[in-house]
Design a protein around this ligand. Structure first.
Ligand code: HEC
Length: 145
């Protein structure tokens, strides 16, 4: 019994849970650091981007279960390093400009990440929504130049 395949599978699974990246889904948000945009743009960002690029990630049950957690938490960590919209106003103009400059192109295939969309059909953007987001990014970029 002790040597059975499932026993050892279970042991390995439990051991994996101790190898955690510890990337919190939620951080305290400072109101004045949060991005401000029109309700339309905010609703698109919150639906499709905030699960990685914010301090208010809606973590599903598997967010903390290894080995899936290694991927989900690494995505959130790397995404926040690029831009965390919950901290937008704390960034320099240069950093904001760089993000806005890359944003329209990122919407073509890469963002939101296809592997994420596979699990989150509700975050798929329509062509119109991608246009709205790209337009917002271009206009804001011109403003802060
Ligand atoms: C599942 C997590 C996830 C979601 C959802 C997501 N991103 Fe990302 N994003 C990442 C990661 C990880 C990176 C950094 C690594 C990379 O570039 O692939 C990134 C990078 C970026 C970059 C920088 C691209 C570059 O060329 O350097 C931009 C801009 C961006 N994301 C915008 C968005 C926008 C806008 C949305 C929503 C429409 C979004 N992301 C949704 C994970 C995500």
């Amino acid at each position: 019994m002790l040597k059975s395949f499932w026993f050892w599978t279970l042991i390995v699974f439990i051991a994996m849970q101790f190898l955690s990246l510890n990337v919190p889904a939620k951080f305290p948000i400072k109101k004045d650091e949060e991005l401000q945009a029109s309700p339309e743009v905010m609703s698109i960002l919150k639906r499709s981007c905030y699960d990685c690029h914010s301090s208010e990630v809606k973590a599903p049950w598997y967010y903390k279960v290894a080995p899936i957690s290694w991927f989900t938490q690494l995505h959130v960590k790397n995404a926040r390093a690029v831009v965390n919209f919950s901290k937008w106003n704390s960034y320099s103009k240069e950093k904001q400009y760089k993000v806005l400059d890359k944003l329209p192109k990122s919407l073509i295939i890469r963002m939101p990440m296809p592997v994420y969309l596979y699990m989150h059909k509700e975050s798929v953007l329509t062509k119109e929504e991608r246009k709205t987001l790209a337009k917002w990014a271009r206009e804001l970029k011109e403003k802060i130049k």
